[in-house]
Every structure is written in structure tokens, then in C-alpha cells.
Design a protein around this ligand. Structure first.
Ligand code: HEC
Ligand code: HEC
Ligand code: HEC
Ligand code: HEC
Length: 155
């Protein structure tokens, strides 16, 4: 039977479901939509990072959305409250600081120096960020530049 009230009921149900959908998905906090990663002092400088776009718009090499966990690797799933997510520097110590242990495992340093300069091979972000950028550069030809230094370190 189809009448006005069942249509209205249906509308209410759809409304509820979509509200729940929005409430359940964890989003990057508004004040963190665009951030500067500035944890490792050095010549390369801070990196401008479109944080929210990575979590909502950009896709990985398989064309799938990028989860919070892809970078915030100690999260088991998307936390209910995005603000509970810790910064990388909360666990990964700067050179010269005591290394932190989490769950019996030592968190590697943010980066270590090789002579006067930081060794790019030890920059913790390079592991998280460049692995995906390399994979995308291979599979999406028009994004081939995203694994180059200047994509992240300016022009
Ligand atoms: C996908 C992004 C990305 C790419 C590509 C990338 N980096 Fe980085 N790099 C970062 C981030 C993020 C940091 C940490 C910045 C901070 O905390 O100040 C960093 C830090 C560094 C540092 C240590 C900090 C400093 O100022 O000395 C060096 C050295 C460095 N990168 C070199 C390179 C070189 C060389 C390349 C190309 C071979 C490269 N990076 C490519 C993201 C990237
Ligand atoms: C592509 C990598 C990436 C993805 C995906 C990502 N983040 Fe982040 N997020 C970062 C980086 C890098 C920082 C800066 C950490 C720092 O400065 O220590 C950060 C910082 C944060 C912070 C601030 C932490 C603090 O106290 O400084 C919050 C909150 C956060 N992210 C939430 C989220 C949520 C929620 C999602 C998923 C909807 C998400 N992030 C997805 C990389 C990412
Ligand atoms: C709650 C603490 C904690 C937070 C927050 C955290 N990490 Fe880690 N991370 C660790 C620990 C502990 C390890 C070592 C794990 C192991 O040995 O299995 C690790 C390992 C890593 C590794 C692997 C290093 C290697 O040499 O294989 C990368 C890359 C990394 N973290 C990046 C990040 C980034 C980027 C962020 C922020 C977006 C972050 N981590 C936030 C604790 C943390
Ligand atoms: C799982 C995949 C993935 C990870 C992890 C990832 N990125 Fe990206 N990133 C992308 C893709 C895909 C693009 C290209 C998006 C586009 O142009 O549509 C991109 C683009 C960028 C850009 C260029 C944005 C612009 O407007 O030109 C910067 C800068 C960047 N990423 C920095 C980082 C940094 C720093 C990290 C680590 C904290 C990181 N990315 C981690 C997938 C990733």
C-alpha cells in the first residue's frame, strides 16, 4: 500500500540512515584539513600536506579510498573521535630524544642524521608517504610526478 504517510515514513527512515552514515564515518578535524608537517628540522623545510583530501578525495594505487589507518598505523580501525588520534611525533622521537616504547616495540626515530644532514633513508614519513606515491605514479600515468622530491618539498 503506497500513500502519503508511508512515503513520509520512508523519507524519515532514509534521513536517519544517512545521518547515521555521516555520524559513523570519522573525518579529519576541520582545523587539520591542511597541515604543515614540521617535525624534522633541516634544509628541506616543512611539508605542506593536504590532509583532508588524502582521507576523502584521493585514491590509492588500486583506486580505493585511503583510510586513516593507512598513515595512523597504530589505529585498529577508524576511532569514534578523530581527536583521539595521536600525532606521529607523540611516539616517534626526534634525534637526541629518548626513544619511546609502545606495546613492547620501540618506535623508530623521526629521522637520523648522516653527517650534518638528515639521511632521507631514515625519514619515517618517507616510508609512509612515498610507498603509496610510488605505487600511484606507476599505475596512474598522469600522476607520475607525485613520487618526485619536489612534489612534497616545493618547487
Ligand atoms: C610524498 C612526500 C615526500 C616525498 C616525495 C619526499 N619527501 Fe622528503 N620529507 C617528507 C616529509 C613529510 C618530511 C618531514 C618534514 C618535517 O617534518 O619537517 C620529509 C623530510 C625530508 C628530509 C629531512 C628534513 C630536512 O629538511 O632535511 C630530507 C633530507 C628529505 N625529506 C629528502 C627528500 C628527498 C631527497 C626526496 C626525493 C628523493 C624526498 N625527500 C621526497 C615528504 C616527502
Ligand atoms: C595520508 C596520510 C594520512 C591519512 C590518510 C590521515 N592522516 Fe591524520 N595525520 C597525518 C599526518 C602526517 C599528521 C601530522 C602528524 C604530526 O604532526 O605529528 C596527521 C595528524 C592528524 C591529527 C592531529 C594529531 C595531533 O595531535 O597532532 C588528527 C586528529 C588526525 N590526523 C586525524 C585523522 C583522521 C580522523 C583520518 C581519517 C579520516 C586521518 N587523520 C587520515 C597523516 C594522515
Ligand atoms: C602510538 C604510537 C605511535 C604513533 C602515534 C605512530 N607510530 Fe609509527 N610506529 C610505532 C611503533 C611502536 C613502531 C614500530 C613497530 C614495530 O616494530 O613493529 C612504528 C613503526 C612505524 C613505521 C615503520 C618503520 C620501519 O622502519 O619499518 C613507520 C613508517 C611509521 N611508524 C610511521 C608513522 C607515522 C607517519 C605516524 C603518524 C601518522 C606514526 N607512525 C604514528 C608507534 C607509533
Ligand atoms: C595511500 C596513498 C597515499 C599516501 C599514504 C600518501 N599520499 Fe600523498 N597523494 C596521494 C595521491 C593519490 C595524490 C595525488 C592526488 C591527485 O592529484 O589527485 C597525492 C598527492 C599529494 C601531494 C600533492 C598535492 C597537490 O595538491 O599537488 C602532496 C604534497 C602529498 N600527496 C603529500 C603526502 C605526504 C606528506 C604523505 C605522508 C604523510 C602522503 N602524501 C601520503 C596518495 C597518497
Amino acid at each position: 500500500m503506497w500513500n502519503k504517510s508511508s512515503a513520509a515514513l520512508l523519507a524519515v527512515v532514509f534521513g536517519l540512515v544517512s545521518c547515521l552514515g555521516v555520524a559513523l564515518a570519522t573525518e579529519v578535524p576541520k582545523d587539520k584539513a591542511e597541515i604543515k608537517i614540521d617535525l624534522i628540522p633541516g634544509k628541506k623545510g616543512a611539508v605542506k600536506f593536504p590532509h583532508a583530501k588524502h582521507a576523502s578525495e584521493y585514491k590509492d594505487a588500486k583506486g580505493a579510498p585511503i583510510s586513516c589507518k593507512a598513515c595512523h598505523h597504530t589505529e585498529k580501525g577508524d576511532p569514534k573521535n578523530a581527536k583521539d588520534i595521536k600525532g606521529c611525533g607523540d611516539c616517534h622521537a626526534a634525534e637526541g630524544q629518548p626513544q619511546k616504547e609502545v606495546g613492547g616495540k620501540k618506535a623508530p626515530f623521526l629521522a637520523l642524521k648522516k653527517g650534518e644532514e638528515f639521511d632521507k633513508g631514515t625519514v619515517i614519513f618517507h616510508k609512509t608517504c612515498i610507498e603509496c606515491h610510488k605505487a600511484v605514479a606507476k599505475t596512474v600515468p598522469e600522476k607520475a610526478a607525485i613520487d618526485k622530491c619536489k612534489n612534497c618539498h616545493g618547487k
